[in-house]
Ligand binder design. Structure first.
Ligand code: NAD
Ligand code: IPM
Ligand code: MN
Length: 368
């Protein structure tokens, strides 16, 4: 049998810096655990634009469709602000998500014990936190038509459309209920049914899927603005949150700060199962290209490393190896190893991106 295949797309800014650490970890699993991946690497975002004049070359899109899983660093940066909207780096990522039909974006927010003191919220609010945000990723206002900037009379108008079909809502709801069954069996669905028709439909469909297919799962509904408030007031009330593309984008950045830093949050973007039974999948940290720290060796590689752990779990049925990697991360944090984003401005001496990689590799080695 051939090795599982991985396409690596480091992208822009800190993307290549954090991905370099993931590559060392992939190599470690090959040499030390006999888990060998066929790894190929390609360009996405501004890096692809610089070479091809497009943020995602068709050949890269084809490769992404063919491999067992894609791993992406980050895209974007100020250098590309001047580009036409259609070729901005972010369009490359959005095309990958859309054409691979990766409708369920799993964004876990877990507070590691060692970081409970570091969150901007009180320790007892975040200690032990383990929630999963399931963000719809291929529809909603990100993709709805009509969209554009038009002229109306003597002024311009910018238009985006929030649009959801019943089947789009139902399939992401099923992902959330399936996950909940393997966790705390509780789903909270967030929308704004009080002001948006798409929110009314969202609420109805999620409830119907629950009643007809998952009567054993506890379901509640919350307006997304109240949800944001509750996430900061008492986040441990939640288990799985299911929400739309835009609310999910905002709420997952908010959830990142419960865990201490945006540099900690991984994600898995999953689609329907392929012929081999594995879901179409792209793994990416929640954070972006962090232009303010790019090129300085300061980036925290943990979000990207934990995204690879999610790949081990969700694409390759290697849950025990994912646990091993997550435990290694936990161990180095417990030992006090910190990149700059995990420290107060005034305190301590932070490690570099590579030193964090070294420490995690050391912990992996110690796990054998
Ligand atoms: P960002 O996530 O890049 O950065 C926000 C803040 O968090 C910055 O201060 C940054 O230094 C810090 N940060 C983020 N990741 C970090 C890490 N791993 N280690 C340490 N600190 C980290 O968001 P932004 O500044 O709003 O966006 C910058 C660019 O990234 C934009 O072009 C945006 O479109 C793009 N972006 C891309 C993705 C993606 O590729 N998935 C996600 C979000 C934003
Ligand atoms: C994310 C990012 C992306 C999004 C951008 C870069 C397209 O913010 O993955 O959270 O808005 O979905
Ligand atoms: Mn985002």
């Amino acid at each position: 049998m051939s090795n599982p295949s991985l396409l690596i797309l480091p992208g822009d800014g800190i993307g290549p810096e954090v991905m370099a650490e993931v590559r060392r970890i992939i190599d470690w699993f090959g040499t030390r655990r006999g888990i060998v991946f066929d790894v190929s690497e390609d360009l996405v975002g501004g890096a692809a634009y610089d070479v091809h004049g497009t943020p995602l070359h068709d050949d890269t899109m084809t490769k992404a469709q063919e491999v067992d899983a894609v791993l992406l660093g980050a895209v974007g940066g100020p250098k590309y602000d001047v580009l036409d909207f259609s070729v901005k780096p972010e369009r490359g990522l959005l095309r990958l998500r859309k054409e691979m039909d990766l409708y369920a974006n799993l964004r876990p927010a877990q507070c590691f014990d060692a970081l409970a003191d570091f969150s901007s919220l009180k320790k007892d609010v975040v200690a032990g936190l383990d929630i999963m945000i399931v963000r719809e990723l291929t529809s909603g206002v990100y993709f709805g038509e009509p969209r554009g900037i038009f002229t109306e009379g003597n002024e311009r108008v910018g238009i985006n459309t929030q649009r959801y079909t019943e089947s789009e809502i139902a399939r992401v709801a099923r992902s959330a209920f399936e996950l909940a069954r393997r966790r705390g069996n509780k789903v909270c669905s967030m929308e704004k049914a009080n002001v948006m028709e798409s929110g009314i439909l969202w609420r109805e469909v999620v409830q119907k899927v629950r009643d007809e297919e998952y009567p054993d799962v506890d379901l509640s509904h919350m307006y997304a603005d109240a949800g944001a408030m509750q996430l900061t007031r008492w986040p441990k009330q939640f288990d799985v949150i299911v929400t739309d593309n835009l609310f999910g984008d905002l709420l997952s950045d908010l959830a990142a700060m419960l865990t201490g830093s945006l540099g900690m949050l991984p994600s898995a973007s999953l689609g329907a199962p392929m012929a081999n039974g594995r879901p179409k999948a792209l793994y990416e940290p929640v954070h972006g290209s962090a232009p303010d720290i790019a090129g300085q060796g300061k980036a925290n590689p943990i979000a990207c490393i934990l995204s690879f752990a999610m790949a081990l779990r969700y694409s390759f049925d290697l849950g025990a190896e994912a646990d091993r990697l997550e435990a290694a991360v936990q161990k180095v944090l417990a030992e006090g190893v910190r990149t700059a984003d995990l420290m107060q401005a005034e305190g301590g001496s932070p490690v570099s991106t590579t030193e964090m990689g070294d420490a995690i590799l050391g912990a992996l080695e110690a796990s054998l």
